[in-house]
Design a binder for this molecule. Structure first.
Ligand SMILES: *[C@@H]1O[C@H](CO)[C@@H](O)[C@H](O)[C@H]1NC(C)=O
Ligand SMILES: *[C@@H]1O[C@H](CO)[C@@H](O)[C@H](O)[C@H]1NC(C)=O
Ligand SMILES: *[C@@H]1O[C@H](CO)[C@@H](O)[C@H](O)[C@H]1NC(C)=O
Ligand SMILES: *[C@@H]1O[C@H](CO)[C@@H](O)[C@H](O)[C@H]1NC(C)=O
Ligand SMILES: *[C@@H]1O[C@H](CO)[C@@H](O)[C@H](O)[C@H]1NC(C)=O
Ligand SMILES: *[C@@H]1O[C@H](CO)[C@@H](O)[C@H](O)[C@H]1NC(C)=O
Ligand SMILES: *[C@@H]1O[C@H](CO)[C@@H](O)[C@H](O)[C@H]1NC(C)=O
Ligand SMILES: *[C@@H]1O[C@H](CO)[C@@H](O)[C@H](O)[C@H]1NC(C)=O
Ligand SMILES: *[C@@H]1O[C@H](CO)[C@@H](O)[C@H](O)[C@H]1NC(C)=O
Length: 353
């Protein structure tokens, strides 16, 4: 026992000597700093614009915004009179400044809506109200300040897309001819606003409900191809989030939200623009609903879920746990700052220096 202790002490000493000179590419302090919001809502919508400006959106019609890096948060929720705003759930948000943001409300029929503000949330204008009874919008993505797509679970057997060319001020249904058929039971998860992704002029969709979950890809948002991910799917399982850092390198995460600690076949990576997906060598510590690349740290990404968060330094091959707190969404901004948001009003920042 004694010698075992000495050996492990020696090993710990060796480890501390080696980590005293970390590779400059690896940050040393991977600690989330909570930013109190004074809210108890669940924020699955998250959109940092800069180190200072961050928007979150979520349950009970709530939208919050900070313009001072999280020192204080303002309630900028829409008043949707004559509709009861507290019945809306804004699962996704895309902001472009302290003034301009687009929010997506999920739900059956006309509960699926999009609103736009250009005055920092003082007023919100409805720019899309779904009229198709079988549509259910999950998430949206923008490739720049004008061009975006929002995605619904299958309508007539295909994922439904609507498109904007004016920053969300108006939307039109995309002709579904170029969309492959969905499989029976296939749908997407409105968990973190990242079931659709725009990166480097390309578009991606993450699905579940089928095993394995699938990943769709497109170079124009109209003509799509689909491939199996390596992520196990099921009634509550599949790919929850797909992100690319350029036209070729992607990461997908997911799992089963009813098994938050399940940690096998829950993440994969692609080096060919999403044509093929390979399972990670070591997985995140549990079901993960969101993943984001760290902008200036090539191959570094952060994943979050209800049972904690993880980081990869090798483009998704290996993951290591950094925290056990619950989050739903993660987005990185600027050079090396990531934000996460989730239930009980939790919002936090991680600086990967
Ligand atoms: C790590 O970062 C956290 C949050 O920013 C901070 O509170 C803590 O002091 C840092 N620890 C070290 C060892 O630098
Ligand atoms: C929380 O609310 C209190 C009282 O209304 C206020 O003083 C404080 O600044 C708020 N905190 C944040 C982070 O907004
Ligand atoms: C709005 O809906 C919430 C939740 O269903 C309910 O508690 C509240 O009383 C409603 N408010 C109005 C003004 O109808
Ligand atoms: C939404 O649907 C409800 C119930 O079908 C209807 O009463 C309401 O007028 C609709 N609202 C809009 C804005 O379409
Ligand atoms: C956004 O991207 C589209 C498609 O690549 C392009 O046509 C448009 O000019 C871009 N708009 C802006 C504001 O960059
Ligand atoms: C969709 O595109 C196809 C092929 O171009 C065309 O035949 C069809 O009429 C279009 N549908 C609608 C609703 O515009
Ligand atoms: C994708 O997965 C399904 C279900 O396991 C399987 O039937 C199908 O052959 C797979 N497709 C490819 C291209 O591997
Ligand atoms: C994970 O995926 C591998 C490769 O497809 C498969 O062999 C293995 O059975 C899967 N494990 C579980 C627990 O689903
Ligand atoms: C998270 O929980 C696991 C299992 O309880 C524990 O081993 C680990 O040290 C915790 N990690 C952090 C970063 O708190």
């Amino acid at each position: 026992m004694g010698s075992f202790h000495l050996t492990s002490l020696f090993a710990a000493l060796l480890a501390s000597i080696t980590t005293a000179h970390p590779s400059p590419s690896k940050p040393t302090n991977l600690t989330w700093t909570l930013s109190p919001t004074n809210s108890t809502r669940q924020f699955r919508g998250l959109s940092p614009v800069s180190d200072k400006i961050v928007w979150v959106s979520g349950t009970a019609g709530t939208v919050l915004r900070t313009t001072n890096g999280g020192s204080s948060w303002s309630n900028v929720s829409p008043s949707l009179f004559p509709d009861n705003a507290t019945t809306f759930e804004f699962r996704d948000i895309q902001a472009y400044s302290a003034k301009t943001a687009v929010i997506l409300s999920i739900g059956e029929g006309n509960a699926s809506r999009i609103y736009l503000t250009r005055d920092g949330g003082k007023s919100w204008k409805p720019t899309f109200i779904n009229q198709e009874p079988t549509a259910f919008y999950d998430c949206m993505a923008f490739e720049n300040e004008s061009h975006g797509l929002a995605m619904s679970d299958p309508v007539d057997g295909k994922f439904r897309l609507i498109e904007t060319w004016n920053g969300g001020a108006s939307w039109a249904i995309v002709n579904s001819t170029g969309m492959p058929s969905a499989l029976t039971g296939e749908f997407a998860f409105a968990a973190s606003g990242t079931c659709i992704e725009a990166a480097a002029g390309r578009w991606y969709i993450a699905s579940g409900g089928v095993d394995p979950g699938r990943i769709f890809r497109s170079t124009n948002g109209h003509h799509w191809k689909v491939t199996n991910s390596s992520i196990t799917g099921g009634a509550a399982a599949g790919v929850f989030s797909v992100r690319f850092r350029d036209a070729t390198h992607g990461i997908a995460v997911g799992g089963d939200y009813e098994k938050p600690a399940g940690n096998v076949n829950i993440s994969s990576w692609s080096d060919d623009g999403g044509a093929t997906w390979t399972a990670s060598e070591s997985f995140p510590a549990g079901y993960r609903s969101g993943v984001a690349w760290v902008p200036v740290r090539e191959k570094t990404a952060v994943a979050v879920g209800t049972s904690g968060s993880d980081v990869t330094f090798d483009g998704g091959r290996k993951w290591q746990r950094i925290d056990n707190g619950t989050f739903d969404a993660v987005e990185c901004v600027g050079r090396h700052t990531c934000w996460a948001s989730g239930s009980r009003g939790r919002v936090a920042r991680l600086v990967l220096l």
